[in-house]
Design a protein around this ligand. Structure first.
Ligand SMILES: NC(=O)c1ccc[n+]([C@@H]2O[C@H](COP(=O)([O-])OP(=O)(O)OC[C@H]3O[C@@H](n4cnc5c(N)ncnc54)[C@H](OP(=O)(O)O)[C@@H]3O)[C@@H](O)[C@H]2O)c1
Length: 290
């Protein structure tokens, strides 16, 4: 079985360096693909309230742990996220309780992220205070953000009642969208960087630079892109509902790209960079909306 390294978060907890992403994984598929992923060696699953599969994912992890008592709960890392419409102290409190209820089979949640910064100062602040309290309760081990740009992180770090720094920022990252300034800032702040859409949602499978490296290393499109992400020190979250892709995607952890080849990917022409089609990291702060 592939051995995937772990990364130490600023909270002191460890996070496995590759996750299975389950965005757009339908409810009726989520349980079986998560079970197969755990069988294949995945120890990190990335879900969200907005993916509508939290219950199925957590139930599958819980059932798998029962069948595999040699693996401890602490070895699995389960992430969920709070969507924009649940920003604000009261709504986030309720939403975290709901997510915990759905995660009953696994006892606690490893990481809760603010899914995007799209609200206003008061709501983002209230959400963060509610998440800090969730950490204090012990039911949530780590908290972080997603789609936050530098200005959103700076705002968060300036909260007068800040007790817990974000452990991660989950952002779209791949050779076409490297967000180098944001990544540098996050690293300086001790915030780990999770790379979403690391396969560019399979939209660049015909790219000649990746193709050349596929030939050179004898690896697939997905493996080259995941290996690049790992080489950058990111935590990639490749999504698949195809069982046969699970192990090859995870085996990217064993690929060592040369610095010359990493540079070739770094230098890829950057036309049409957003797989997701949006740039939430520039969402205006309150005083920019006036
Ligand atoms: N925080 C956020 O706002 C945010 C936004 C987007 C994504 N995410 C997270 O990041 C995860 C991944 O991002 P994503 O789902 O946008 O895209 P992605 O992982 O870049 O790409 C997924 C696509 O690649 C295909 N694929 C998987 N393995 C492959 C392989 N070995 N060869 C060829 N194609 C392959 C999948 O097809 P099949 O599934 O059919 O195999 C699917 O169509 C999400 O699931 C989610 O957890 C977070």
């Amino acid at each position: 079985m592939v051995s995937v390294p772990s990364i130490k978060l600023n909270s002191g907890h460890s996070i496995p360096a590759i996750a299975l992403g389950v965005y757009q994984t339908p409810k009726d598929v989520a349980g079986s693909i998560v079970t197969k992923a755990l069988d294949s060696g995945y120890r990190h699953i990335d879900s969200a309230a907005g993916y509508h599969n939290e219950q199925e994912v957590a139930d599958a992890i819980g059932a798998w742990l029962k069948l595999n008592p040699s693996v401890k709960r602490e070895e699995i890392f389960y992430t969920t996220k709070v969507w924009d419409t649940d920003h604000g102290y009261d709504k986030t409190k309720k939403q975290v309780e709901l997510s915990l209820e759905k995660a009953k089979a696994i006892g606690y949640i490893d990481l809760v992220l603010v899914h995007t910064p799209r609200s206003n100062y008061e709501s983002r602040h209230g959400t963060w205070i509610a998440l800090q309290e969730a950490v204090e309760s012990g039911k949530v081990k780590n908290i972080g953000v997603s789609n936050y740009g530098i200005k959103h992180i700076k705002e968060l770090l300036s909260y007068p009642d800040l007790k817990v720094k974000p452990a991660v920022d989950q952002i779209e990252l791949h050779p076409w969208l490297q967000q180098t300034e944001l990544v540098k800032y996050l690293k300086e702040q001790g915030i780990e960087v999770e790379a979403y859409s690391p396969l560019v949602q399979a939209k660049k499978v015909d790219n000649p630079v990746v193709g050349e490296l596929q030939k050179k290393y004898g690896k697939s499109y997905a493996q080259i892109l995941i290996a690049w992400s790992l080489a950058k020190g990111f935590i990639p979250l490749p999504k698949t509902v195809t069982e046969s892709r699970l192990i090859p995607n995870l085996e990217s952890a064993d690929i060592k790209l040369s610095s010359e080849d990493i540079k070739k990917l770094d230098d890829i022409p950057k036309n049409d960079p957003y797989a997701s089609g949006w740039d939430p990291t520039i969402y205006p702060l309150d005083d920019e909306k006036k």
